[in-house]
Design a protein around this ligand. Structure first.
Ligand SMILES: *[C@@H]1O[C@H](CO)[C@@H](O)[C@H](O)[C@H]1NC(C)=O
Ligand SMILES: *[C@@H]1O[C@H](CO)[C@@H](O)[C@H](O)[C@H]1NC(C)=O
Ligand SMILES: *[C@@H]1O[C@H](CO)[C@@H](O)[C@H](O)[C@H]1NC(C)=O
Ligand SMILES: *[C@@H]1O[C@H](CO)[C@@H](O)[C@H](O)[C@H]1NC(C)=O
Length: 468
């Protein structure tokens, strides 16, 4: 058989090829060459991958200027963005970062540490070319810390990277080569050098991965929802801490209003989350705060808004939140408008949530996964989770996030209760939100007013396809 084939080939060779055959042959040859080149390319990639697999990539070479310890403050998503900023800061200060400590004193009293929420080895390894990260200080450095030989401080909010490299590094860090940042929220300016921005994205979208049990349970929820069709995630931020912080009582009973008022005077409980003392000093007038667009939408306002935006009654709506203030009573209107209202507790058997439910950050991590995967994400307040997830959804392909514009919205809602008809109301709501779907856009920069400009983490446009 083999011989016979060989003879045939020899035979073919001896024939004089026609012009057409030659052309055909040339084409074949080109195809073959292309195929060969493709194979060679794949092979090179395979070899390179095998190489990577076998020999660790070289570490970034730099003279370490010391150690940076950080205590992240706030809820999961505030800590998340803060951690990403701290990695970038450590990189440009040329310091070794100790795995961040998570807040265990805030309103939520969650004792979870970094390794309980995030895959710590993945975090360290995926950033090994950028920053050296260690799980704990080496013993001699720890001894120095125990003897108080280190500087502990909150860095200034919204600082440029140069504040860290030109001021903190030769100043506070120089003293003992160990620095502790007591806070991590909003410590890096929204805008800065491109390479810093890209590193922030790399941390958030590649290096920070939830632990396997969290990922697994999050995916399970998504699978249950997907089986039933499309779903919208409603980050219904109508929770006790939010209402206390924002000074909003809309729709609350007298007892609830009193309870919120008492919580507001619990300075420590809330101040550690929001680190803003101003609200304690003055009484917030809820009516005025709402009209100024400073309140989270109530469940009733949310139902009207979703309806006006054309969200179908049959849509599955997953509530990503903790306990809604006022419970089922406050969800009645929303449930009447959207009967397929679910949350993780109604989708999963209680046993699945046993290891999560006492830990607000782990519960929030599940909601993060579901929010990222949803067809539409609708947060009722522009807090940390809303902003971080909006940015992440842009990063994974501009998945729609509807950002309600509270101020015109409550005005329209109040008018609808008085004299506007449904068509007028609906049109008003639609027009108001035309540019609020998380589409590609450039972040708004307002020099000197970091709180008013667009937040880096809600639109990291430097890391997205170029904006046209
Ligand atoms: C960090 O290390 C790099 C590489 O050695 C060096 O070029 C840079 O000047 C250092 N930066 C600081 C702030 O020490
Ligand atoms: C919080 O975490 C720190 C650092 O991990 C630990 O020293 C401290 O005891 C914890 N606090 C509480 C209240 O558990
Ligand atoms: C809040 O402000 C509104 C409008 O100015 C006023 O009518 C209302 O009485 C105020 N409420 C309280 C509790 O002060
Ligand atoms: C959760 O916390 C509650 C109240 O503090 C406690 O009774 C319960 O045993 C805890 N459950 C788990 C699974 O840790």
């Amino acid at each position: 058989m083999g011989v016979k084939n060989f003879e045939k080939i020899n035979d073919d060779k001896q024939r004089q090829p026609s012009m057409a055959a030659r052309a055909r042959k040339a084409r074949h040859c080109e195809l073959a060459a292309r195929a060969a080149m493709a194979v060679a390319f794949v092979w090179t990639v395979v070899v390179q991958l095998m190489h990577l697999w076998r020999t660790p990539r070289p570490l970034r070479e730099y003279q370490s200027n010391g150690y940076l310890m950080v205590s992240s403050n706030g809820g999961l998503n505030q800590m998340r963005s803060g951690i990403c900023d701290m990695v970038a800061i450590a990189r440009y200060m040329n310091v070794t970062l100790v795995v961040p400590q998570l807040d265990n004193t805030s309103f939520w009293h969650d004792q979870s540490q970094f390794k309980d929420i995030f895959d710590v080895d993945h975090f360290i390894n995926s950033l090994r070319d950028e920053v050296k990260i260690v799980k704990e200080l080496p013993p001699h450095m720890q001894r120095n810390v125990n003897m108080g030989r280190y500087v502990s401080m909150p860095p200034s909010s919204w600082s440029d990277i140069s504040y860290y490299t030109d001021k903190i590094l030769p100043g506070e860090l120089k003293k003992h080569r160990i620095l502790h940042f007591q806070k991590t929220d909003s410590r890096l300016a929204n805008n800065g050098p491109l390479e810093v921005q890209k590193l922030r994205c790399k941390v958030n979208y590649n290096a920070l991965k939830f632990t396997a049990p969290i990922e697994k349970m999050g995916k399970k929820i998504v699978k249950i929802l997907r089986k039933r069709g499309k779903f919208l995630v409603l980050h219904l931020r109508y929770e006790k801490d939010m209402l206390a912080f924002s000074g909003c009582n809309e729709g609350c009973t007298d007892e609830e209003t009193t309870e919120l008022q008492e919580l507001r005077s619990d300075f420590l409980g809330l101040a550690t989350i929001y680190s803003i003392p101003w609200w304690k000093k003055k009484e917030i007038n809820s009516t005025l705060a709402r009209l100024a667009g400073l309140c989270p939408l109530t469940p009733e306002e949310t139902a009207l808004t979703l309806k006006a935006l054309g969200v179908d009654r049959k849509t599955q709506i997953y509530i990503a939140a903790g306990d809604i203030y006022g419970g089922e009573r406050r969800l009645k209107t929303l449930r009447a408008a959207y009967p397929n209202l679910v949350k993780k507790e109604t989708l999963l058997p209680p046993s699945d949530l046993l290891t999560f439910k006492n830990y607000s950050s782990r519960m929030a991590a599940l909601d993060y996964i579901v929010s990222l995967e949803s067809d539409i994400f609708f947060p009722t307040y522009g807090g940390n989770m809303a902003r971080v997830i909006e940015g992440h959804r842009r990063y994974v392909g501009f998945k729609p996030t509807i950002r309600p514009d509270q101020k015109p919205l409550v005005c329209l809602i109040d008018k609808y209760q008085r004299n506007l008809n449904w068509q007028e109301f609906e049109l008003g709501v639609k027009i108001t939100h035309v540019n609020r779907y998380g589409n590609p856009s450039k972040r708004r920069v307002i020099p000197g007013k970091p709180k008013e400009e667009d937040y880096f983490w809600s639109n990291p446009h430097e890391c997205l396809p170029p904006y046209k």
